[in-house]
Design a protein around this ligand. Structure first.
Ligand SMILES: [Ca+2]
Ligand SMILES: [Ca+2]
Ligand SMILES: [Ca+2]
Ligand SMILES: [Ca+2]
Length: 408
């Protein structure tokens, strides 16, 4: 009896162990385990085991390593359809980032580091500017530019502007602008064939001493009449080089400053002032040289011409190297202040011209002071009929000129 009870006890125990062990066995193989989103499953020791999948498409979170192309469910499409932005998803802030690519060809702006050779879309210019623009890089001008009234053209330091030899706008007068009777060897100038940059709005072209802005001819063998020149109605040209233009003009307002620049290698006057209106711009601390007719032609107004260096470099580039090379021409009834300038190696440093475009202004004076005139043919060349009594001379140093003063 005792034995029977014992055996029954063992059987019950085995049954209990069997039942318990049966109850604990979740699985034999992993397929026995139910799926869980974003977990992998396994069957380990008859138990289902799960481990997290990172990243996981379908957890409604765009995680590091996931992108829209692999997981549309979790990640947004960050493509803003702008090729000039780098598109990505910021996993920390959980939003799209569209960062500007600088420079980028195709954004309509010629930027520092871009040139017209690689990016004609942005860096070739011709025609009308109706809204503000910023120029950088290396630009190719293929036709007349008209910056319209009220529009600002900003040019960044280091910008190089190469001007073509023909005007694809074909804009300008039909008949040639014939030169001065004093310069019969000047070639005729056809506006339709040459490029002029008209800034009827505002020029904001300010370079730096190390990164000057350059306006130049595209030609490998440039002449002094490859393009028409700058016609500046308003604004500032500073730390810039302007070369190989027929002539540059300031004719429309006194609101123009040219400073710390090099204006050179022009067939006519490097800067013409006041022929259309008696205006008073400021020409400060520039180097002005190899101007076929004169450095500055002052036909009206009361310009301030201060701290400039007028001299002669390579006259052989001109059609008539023996003529011209004048520093400043002052027309009758024009009343500039000319001070702190240096005039060297010129035919004439200052010519007082008997022509007048405007009526006399009573009591107005021409001030010429603290200039140095050295090694010139004539320092002061006074044409017949010029009313020299309006000129106030102070402190000018006249050194080794062939003639200090000449009238006739
Ligand atoms: Ca996810
Ligand atoms: Ca983009
Ligand atoms: Ca660009
Ligand atoms: Ca033209």
């Amino acid at each position: 009896m005792k034995n029977k009870k014992y055996i029954l006890g063992i059987l019950i125990l085995i049954l209990i162990v069997f039942i318990i062990s049966c109850a604990e066995k979740e699985c034999k193989v992993k397929e026995d385990c139910p799926d869980k989103t974003c977990f992998t499953k396994d069957c380990i020791d008859y138990n289902c085991s799960y481990s997290k999948i990172i990243p996981c498409c379908g957890n409604e979170k765009c995680e590091i390593g996931e992108t829209n192309s692999e997981c549309v469910a979790d990640c947004p499409n960050c493509d803003d359809k702008d090729k000039c932005t780098e598109d990505s998803f910021d996993y920390k802030q959980h939003k799209c980032l569209n960062e500007e690519i600088i420079p980028c060809c195709g954004n309509g702006i010629c930027q520092t580091g871009e040139t017209y050779k690689e990016c004609a879309d942005d860096c070739v210019k011709s025609g009308v500017l109706n809204k503000d623009e910023v120029w950088g890089g290396t630009i190719h001008i293929t036709g007349d530019i008209d910056v319209m009234e009220g529009v600002t053209l900003t040019i960044l330091p280091g910008t190089i502007i190469k001007i073509a030899l023909t005007d694809d706008q074909h804009k300008g007068r039909d008949e040639p602008v014939t030169g001065d009777i004093y310069f019969p060897k000047d070639p005729p100038f056809y506006e339709k064939e040459k490029i002029t940059i008209y800034i009827r709005g505002i020029l904001n072209a300010v370079g730096t001493p190390d990164n000057m802005i350059v306006f130049t001819s595209e030609s490998a063998a440039p002449t002094t009449h490859d393009w028409g020149g700058l016609d500046i109605f308003h604004g500032r040209l500073e730390y810039a080089i302007v070369e190989y233009a027929q002539y540059n003009n300031i004719q429309h307002s006194s609101d123009v400053v040219i400073a710390n620049s090099i204006i050179r290698n022009s067939l006519g006057d490097c800067i013409g002032i006041g022929h259309s209106n008696p205006i008073s711009p400021q020409i400060l601390n520039n180097e002005i040289y190899n101007c076929g007719h004169e450095g500055i032609d002052l036909a009206g107004g009361s310009a301030i011409i201060k701290g400039n260096y007028f001299h002669l470099e390579n006259p052989e580039i001109q059609p008539d190297p023996l003529r011209g090379e004048n520093g400043i021409i002052v027309y009758t009834n024009t009343y500039p202040i000319i001070e702190d300038n240096v005039f060297e190696n010129l035919t004439n440093a200052i010519v007082f011209l008997g022509n007048s475009k405007y009526p006399e202004e009573q009591g107005k004076k021409v001030i010429i002071r603290n200039n140095r005139m050295e090694n010139n043919g004539i320092a002061f060349n006074i044409n017949p009929g010029y009313p020299f009594e309006v000129v106030v001379m102070e402190n000018n140093r006249l050194i080794n000129n062939k003639k200090d003063e000449y009238s006739g």
